[in-house]
Design a protein around this ligand. Structure first.
Ligand code: TXA
Ligand code: MG
Length: 356
């Protein structure tokens, strides 16, 4: 039988202990609770209960070969879920936890294999959100949580996004307001000889390099879909909106704006509705166009762009556009995570030297 989904509003800064108690009880009963983290909303279940973990996969429609992240309240809980805690993990934990960094380590046998899609590794992080921390602490168990969206949809940054995807499929949503970071955590594999970023996210490559030196990145483009996955579940079709999306990876703003104008005119003449996902700096050059606009922040403030990214895509989807033209935000700092998500959502990419 499908559960009736309850929504409880909770303060981000001072989570009401009586609401946390209700949610923790649900977790201990093997139920599904969506909760805010600093990155995106997570769909949580008791990581040590295989039936509860199975419910996550079925509620999301997520393939079993896509492993989950375990959320802990403190690095001191690492030995509950990992076989060993290498010195580098402790160093990174000290620097970045609580925060948007997920570490892939050896899995402890107490963690059901289904959490890790059968791998002998496990992904773990300590989230920097008072509601998430209170929930994990009070329930007293590690909480497995993927992003709280239907498989293949954009990640939810508000409780409303969670509701749109999962109402009637999960037990409880804790509404702690919009999530401050807006893109998922950086997934860093510490089981390879050189630490490797499997998914860029809220902690930047540059910040990691400052602490641990050499870091590899994994180029896992949508074109590699047929090849073995170093990080299962990192499929190109992730994070996709309903509308077709074209990523304009142009460095030259003049050619970007000319191409935007040309594509809007071509597409609208074919009867297609177009949405633009752009920076505030682009606005003067495109605001007269017959297109829906999602202005997600300034080129100088990628934290704001990241926070508004998924909301902007969902907004354009809800405005029923057929095509989203998204600008690129570079590859430095948070730009890498933003570009990664837009590339995965896109069916086509255009660069300066291949203007249509
Ligand atoms: O910010 C986040 O990471 C959010 C919040 C809720 O914590 N969670 C999230 O979970 O984005 P999800 O399930 O949407 O993405 C988890 C990513 C997937 O790309 C998966 O392949 C990778 O982590 N992952 C999980 N376990 C892994 C493992 N053992 N080895 C390699 N990659 C793993
Ligand atoms: Mg996800």
């Amino acid at each position: 039988m499908n559960p009736v989904t309850r929504i409880l509003t909770i303060s981000e800064r001072n989570p009401d202990p009586s609401i946390i108690a209700v949610a923790s009880q649900a977790i201990l009963e093997g139920k599904l609770v969506a909760f805010p983290t600093e990155t995106v909303y997570g769909l949580g279940a008791n990581a040590l209960n295989p039936e509860a973990v199975a419910r996550i996969f079925s509620a999301k429609g997520r393939p079993a070969e896509d492993p989950l992240i375990i959320h802990l309240a403190s690095p001191s809980d690492l030995p509950r879920v990992t076989l060993e805690v290498p010195p580098m993990a402790l160093l990174l934990a000290q620097e970045f936890w609580p925060g948007p960094l997920t570490l892939v380590l050896r899995r402890h046998p107490a963690v059901p294999p289904s959490v890790s899609a059968g791998l002998d590794t496990v992904a773990v992080r300590v989230p920097a959100h008072p509601v998430a921390l209170a929930l994990i602490q009070t329930s007293g168990v590690p909480i497995a949580a993927p992003s709280a969206n239907l498989f293949g949809h954009s990640s939810p940054t508000t409780a409303r996004h969670v509701w749109e995807d999962l109402s009637g499929r999960i037990d409880l949503i804790l509404d702690g307001g919009p999530t401050p970071v807006g893109v998922e955590s950086t997934v860093l594999d510490l089981t390879s000889s050189i630490p490797t970023i499997l998914r860029p996210g809220g902690v930047t490559l540059e910040a990691l390099q400052e602490i641990i030196g050499d870091v590899h990145t994994l180029k896992n483009s949508p074109l590699d879909r047929g090849k073995p996955q170093a990080s299962p579940g990192l499929l190109g079709k992730h994070y996709a909106p309903h509308a077709r999306l074209i990523l304009l990876k142009m460095v030259n703003p003049t050619s970007l704006h000319q191409t935007l104008r040309r594509l809007v005119s071509d597409e609208t003449s074919k009867g297609n509705r177009v949405g633009l996902l752009i920076a505030s700096e682009d606005l003067p050059f495109v605001q007269d166009l017959p297109a829906k606009l999602a202005v997600i922040g300034s080129l100088d403030d990628l934290a704001t762009v990241a926070r508004n990214l998924y909301g902007g895509i969902r907004q354009l989807d809800q405005e029923n556009v057929d095509l989203i033209l998204a600008r690129d935000f570079g590859n430095f700092g948070l730009g890498m995570a933003i570009r990664d998500r837009l590339s995965r959502a896109s069916s086509q990419q255009i660069t300066d030297d291949e203007q249509p």
